[in-house]
Each structure stands twice: as C-alpha cells, then as structure tokens.
Design a protein around this ligand. Structure first.
Ligand code: PFF
Length: 455
C-alpha cells in the first residue's frame, strides 16, 4: 500500500483537480443558471455557496482520500471496517458511472463541433444567409450533429478512445501530464475570448447585468440552484475528490489546495460569464434563454458567424469546451478505475479497459435517445435526461450528505483536525470552522435541497 501512486508535483495535483472541477458545469451550466436566476444575484450566491459550503465539503472528501490512500469504497472500509459506511462510497461509484454515460456523450459533441469548426463544415454556406436565417441554419446543424444516427456515436467513440489513451498513461504520465498542458491552454483561450467579447460594441451593458448585484432577485429557488451548481461544478459527491486526493502526497496542504481549486473554478465561471453576457447584449440576444446545449451549440456559433473570422473563434471555443470536458471525464472515469484496481487488485490496463470499453455501448444509448431511441422514456424523460437528473439531483446530494455525516458525526473530531493540520504541522483555526460547517450547516442545507429536488 505504501507504493501507492502519487501526483509528482503540487502544480500537477492542482492542475488535475482543477481540470476535474472545470467542466461543462462552468462553461455552459453556469451562464444558463445565472441568467435564469437574476444574473449577478446568482453569481453572488454561487460565490457564497462555493466558499462557505463547497470548500468544507471538498475538505471532507480530501481528508478521506488522502488519509486512507484508497478508492472511494476502500476509504470508508479502512476507517470503519465493521460498519456499512462503504455504501456511501459505493453510491458515489454508481453516481459517477451514470454521470460518465451522459457526460461522455456531450464530450463527443464538443469534439464534433471542434472538427466542424476546424474543417469549416459548421460554417459552410453562411455567407449567403441573412441574419434572420442564421438561427434556423444552426438549429439544423445541431439537429444533424446531435441527432443523426451514426455521427455522434462516432465522435463519442473518439472521446472514449482519448480517455482510454490518457488513463492508460496512469496518474502521473497520463492525468497529471495532460492536465499540466491543457489547463493553461484553457485559461489562455478563455482570456482571449473575454477580451474579444468585452471589445464588442455595447458590451458594457452585459457586464453591468452580470456583475452589478441586484439583491431583489434573490429567491429561495435561486439559493437552491446556486448550491446545486456549486456542488456540480466542484465535482463534489461523486467520489472524484476522494479518488484524486488518494494520490496527494502526505504533506499536501488540503485547506490551501481546496481554496485554490475552488477559486480557479469560480474564476472560470466568472470569465465565462464575461464572454457570454457581453456578447449576448452586443448582438441583442439578451432576452433569449441561455439554455445549456442551445447556448453553446446554436447561439454561440451564430454569434461567431457574425464576427470576422468565425472559424477561428469557433475553433478556439470548442477547443476550450473539449479540454474542459475531457479533463472532467478522465476524473469521473478514474473513480471506477481506482475502485476496480483497489478492490479486485487488478492491473491498471485491465481496469481502464473494463470501465471504458462497455461505456462505448452504455453511452451510445443516451446518445441515440436523441434520435432512434427517442420513444423510450423513463419517468417521462429520455435516457439522457433521466441519467442527468437522477444522478445529479438525487445521488450526488445523497453522497455529499453521507460524507458530511460520516466525517462530522461518525469519525472522531480528531480525524479531520489531523488531516487538515497535517497532524499539527499547520494552523488550526480555519479547520474548526470547516468542522462546524461539515457537522451542521452542510447536512442541513443538503437535506433542504434534496427535499426541494424531490418535490
Ligand atoms: N465539475 C465538472 C463540471 O462542472 O462539469 C465535472 C462534473 C462533476 C460533472 C460532477 C458532473 C458532476 F455531477
């Protein structure tokens, strides 16, 4: 067990964890949620939720992973071998696998759009279109890219192949090395896009809408949504952070790491807002809903089409989206891979292939549910939407609640204190606050959100 793989450097472990956190949640879910819940008011709530709740729950997961150096089931088994708390870890594995099934589909779409942008296929024929015809044109493209029978499944296979390639490289040479390269790329592209968007005529009004707080817009629903968004975007409740932190060296400062990861994830969401809101305002689209998929696959291509050099902006944006998606899918897949490796004592190659090859079939189902399987409904939802809402609205809060109760009430208080202070080597005061939040505030709020989601 002492030969457990570790991330090679501090920068590497932060890049990998930020890579997991920064994903579709920040890029397309955040602007949609912000628009639906009062813009800047939502941003404020989201920041509060990330810092007050996200950071402590992240610390709870980190302490489980780093102390036990185990997968998300093994962590609970090691600490309380005679009790059934490992079920929380097992639920995390199931949740992460279900999420992977639809997340990988979207990763495939981003590659499809990236290819469409590079090859020019996505924009072929726009020169003959009037402004009013653009929407129909890109809606048609999305239908073709997302709903045709074979094409999305082909790009889904490419996304899975990329994941297999990275994950076969292992923790240091695969996940860490790739994150070290891709995360700076993501930030540079995003910075360029912010500058371009802010330079558009009339962009200032969009910035004001996004950044000037309007407290009258805050409702109980926006609080629930901000909390859900914070958990989703920080990759909480899926065993990802338990798994990644099991590769953290023993001297890692968990508090510092969790704050850096949360702030960087927040930064990406805010930068994304600074791309989307000014651009929408500038093109007079601000009354249109920024619904996730439509936002990135229809409205943004329409905006790129109206700019000089559409192919360039489109390529940069879909590269950013693909990077965000792939660095997240590898972390989601790693939960199951680590579990197989640790529980069944099998080699990495076997574990990677056992998890990802069946995914090609399992993910094809949600992908095809946009076309040939669209009649199959579970509780009135397509397979894709069912997986999305069941895992994110039900399993994710359940696991987070389980983790908080476990750390806050089942394990002795000394456990978290020792982990957060590296056994007395680091300052203690913020840890006391984290401990109280994990014990009382987080469980209460998670239960409220859970009840709300069920109703
Ligand atoms: N945090 C990533 C995102 O925001 O896209 C990855 C992720 C985590 C996706 C948790 C889904 C999820 F439930």
């Amino acid at each position: 067990m002492s030969t457990k793989t570790e991330f090679a450097s501090k920068i590497g472990l932060i890049a990998a964890t930020v890579g997991s956190a920064v994903g579709l949640g920040n890029v397309w879910r955040f602007p949609a949620e912000a628009q639906a819940n009062g813009g800047s008011a939502f941003l404020l709530l989201y920041i509060l939720c990330v810092l007050i709740l996200g950071v402590p729950v992240m610390l709870a997961e980190f302490s489980l992973g780093r102390s036990t150096r185990s997968d998300s089931i093994g962590a609970f088994r090691k600490l309380t071998p005679d009790k059934p708390w490992w079920i929380v870890g097992a639920t995390a594995v199931v949740a992460s696998y279900l999420i992977l099934c639809f997340y990988m589909v979207v990763a495939g779409w981003t590659l499809e759009y990236l290819w469409g942008s590079i090859s020019g296929e996505l924009y072929a024929g726009i020169e003959n279109l009037g402004e009013s015809e653009m929407r129909g044109f890109f809606n048609g493209k999305m239908e073709y890219y997302v709903q045709s029978e074979y094409r999305p499944v082909m790009f889904l296979s490419i996304a899975i192949a990329i994941n297999i390639g990275i994950l076969l490289g292992g923790v240091q040479k695969g996940i860490e090395r790739l994150s070290n390269i891709l995360m700076p790329v993501l930030f540079v592209i995003l910075a360029v896009m912010v500058v371009v968007s802010l330079a558009l005529p009339g962009a200032g009004a969009g910035v004001t809408y996004f950044l000037k707080p309007d407290f009258t817009k805050i409702t109980p629903i926006s609080v629930v949504n901000a909390l859900g968004q914070a958990f989703f975007s920080l990759s909480l409740g899926m065993g990802i952070l338990i798994t990644y932190s099991s590769y953290y060296p023993k001297n890692t400062n968990l508090m510092k790491t969790s704050i850096i990861v949360s702030l960087l994830s927040l930064l990406v969401a805010v930068m994304m807002g600074l791309v989307i809101f000014p651009a929408f305002k500038s093109f007079g689209l601000d009354s249109e809903p920024m619904q996730g998929a439509t936002l990135v696959f229809v409205t943004l291509p329409e905006i790129f089409a109206r700019l000089p050099l559409p192919q360039l902006w489109s390529t940069l944006f879909f590269l950013l989206l693909a990077v965000a998606a792939i660095t997240s899918t590898i972390s989601i897949a790693e939960v199951s891979i680590a579990t197989l490796q640790d529980r069944l004592h099998i080699g990495r190659k076997k574990a990677v292939l056992t998890i990802l090859l069946p995914l090609a079939v399992l993910s094809a189902l949600p992908s095809l549910s946009f076309s040939s399987l669209s009649d199959i409904k579970i509780f009135g939802l397509t397979i894709f939407d069912f997986l999305d809402s069941f895992s994110t609205n039900i399993l994710l809060p359940l696991v987070s609640l389980g983790v908080c109760v476990y750390i806050g009430w089942i394990l002795p208080g000394k456990f978290l204190r020792d982990e957060l202070t590296n056994h007395g080597h680091l300052h203690a005061w913020p840890n006391t606050i984290a401990q109280q939040i994990i014990r009382y505030v987080a469980p209460l709020l998670i239960i409220l959100v859970f009840i709300y989601n069920l109703l």
